[in-house]
Design a protein around this ligand. Sequence first.
Ligand code: SF4
Length: 803
Amino acid sequence: MDSKFSLFHHAAIIAPRSRHDDFLALKNQDPHLDFELYTLEEMEDLFAYQYDERALEEVYKEVGDEEQAEAILVALSRLRNEKEYASPKLEVLKPLQQRLLAEGLLYAIPNPERSFEHHNVVISGYQNTLRISNVLGELHNMAICYDTEEIPAKPLRIYFEFADIYDELRDVFNRIAADLASGTSIDDIYLLGADESYQDLLERFSLYYGCQVETTASAKLYDSALYHSFRADYLEKGPAILSDFLAKHPGDKNAEALYKLFARFSDLPHDEKTLKSFFDERLKHETQDAPHYERVVRQLHDYIPPKNAHVYAINCSMGVFPPVAPEGDYLSDSESASLGLPTSEDLTQEWAAEVNALFDSSALVYVSYKKKAFGGLFFPSGILEEKGFKAELSPILPYEYAQDGAKLFEASLRDDEVNYLRVDKRLKALKNRKLLLDYRNFDYTYHPFVSVNPDEPRSYSPTQLKKYYGCPYSYYLERILDIEENAPNFSARIGTIFHAVMQSLYQVSPFDFETAWDKAVAEESEKNGAFTPKENALFFRLKDECSYVVAFYQNHDSLLFDPRYSTEKPFHLVSEDNPLVSFSGQYDKIVEFGKEHRYYIIVDYKTGGERFSEEMLPYGLSMQLPYYAYYASQEKDLQGAELIGLFIGPVLSPTLVKKVKDSLEKFNSDKFRIEGVFAKDISKLLVLDPSAYKSTLIKGLAYSEKKGFYPYSLKRAKSPEDFAALAKSAKDLTLGADQKIRSGDFTIAPVKFKAIFDACAYCTFRDVCYRKDEAIRYLPDGKVEVDEDETSADEEEESDGLE
Ligand code: SF4
């Protein structure tokens, strides 16, 4: 036998579980070693009464509470019948103990002292040996000795302080990775101090650092759906379901654990409430089956590390290092003391001594503390100051072992470089590692996942087409996937009311504004819910505005010869070129009039600022009026009449400030003037508007016998061929969009047209859209025609002295 192991020959070694492997490893070197290993608790238990679950069942039947039953059994195992106890609670337990002893449910191990007498008793790791001497102190022929450890010449005296738990974990994981990389066996690395709050993060960090850290917090069986469904079944049908249950879940460890427990206690009386509470309490202590890892960084569950361990102590805060043991729920400290059980004070002192020894040992290689986590503040443990530890604040390591962590770090440095031209000196080294090959390189483009049936009839409206040409992807989301929510906002509801009043103006005879307004508001409230008091307050002003519009149109309509109005009429026109395509829509108003020749105009009311822009038309935007013109050109009722105007009719003016020199009447009539394109023939326009030389009906229309149309009017003046061309372009754009839609062209390509149009600005899909800035199509730049013309029109009118 090797003399250096003679101490352990024929020995009883009392050591924490974490050290047992160290001793068992000695048998590899000397197979003749014949020691026995015990933990302190196992050694104490040898001298107490033994029991198993049958005893638990008996006690549970007496008290009806599982947790209390377990605590009572601990007390019963230590209770001495011959001793007088000051606590009546303990005295009362004596008859129960006698009964259990008589029934064999409590029993003593014969002569436990023989395991120690005539043996070398070697104590390893434990700092406070009072509990050991309390049990073994009176035994004979026994040599007690200590497996001592040397205090290193330079124990660790620095701890790292971090702002939060994430920085702390990043640092400790990096250092553990570096330790492993230096050749330390993973079996020698231990993490200490990771309480419940760390467990979830430990799992996540393990993924990034390629070394698994054992996690201890796992869900209890009580929290499993399996238990609750099984319990309900069991309480209803009884133990007969047990074998079926196991057969239904082959190989399921949780099912096996449930089966074992329920089979073990199948004799318990079937009082549903009691049974429920019994099994619930039991399973609150049982953990669910968790995946098992072979190579893990283990956690140190007490403060005594194995020999040669590298202990990384994190969370070194007050209350954690050293911990404070609470007093028991069932047994008070004095009762525990009288039974020979350790009190909370004993345990606290024991742990303090162990932590103290650990902080002086060479096993401790790292200590950290975080100031904040999950909204809570932490303070460093007093032991750090007591032992003379110095703080190093937020250390920066010269390495990073997490592949993804380095990628994220590089991405943030690259963002800084690209966005702010700040170049971090670490960036070059990171780029050389070529970790981030796909920086800003994600594929944001649309890949179809629902196809459009190319043979299916499709119908289009100007609103849908504008959506498609504004951004094909938004059309796809709204029209192909049908994921639009249409909750009307207040301005949309105002639009509905104004349109309804304007419709009544031409369809109800005799027309009464008050009645039409009240009806429109009531119908809207009924359809989309009552207006709020604030919205109702706004209606005082809006109602006046609406009455001005009505007066404006009544005034101008009275000048028309034999007018015929068609309002709010839906249409559906199958294309002559492609029978699978239909033109649908609903125009606001077509007015036909004239004595010798019949003419018509098309008016679309707007409560917002949108106007017709010929410049935007080639891009499929602003095609509403040409679209109606195309429909009208196909409409039989209008065949004998000529189109002489396409107009937007502003019914709620965005201009609320009147020029000082203008009368209120002029201000009101100016702001409702219709805007758009009109015939290039003053004689035709005079039929529509006797004031056409300086029109009070059409914005931007002025004409003089000498000069003809003023330049700003000329741009808007159209020949019959021009009107036909506008209508044709709407038709072509519709057919063009249809072809693209059928071919599945739904690219993410929002349009920005100068300052006038931005597809994304009011897009309801903005929060789910993944477009990149590069996807935006900026349409040709130039001056904004509408605003410029408006200014020049007013200026020219004034300089010409036209009234
Ligand atoms: S947010 Fe812009 S890019 Fe995205 S769907 Fe809407 S319009 Fe298209």
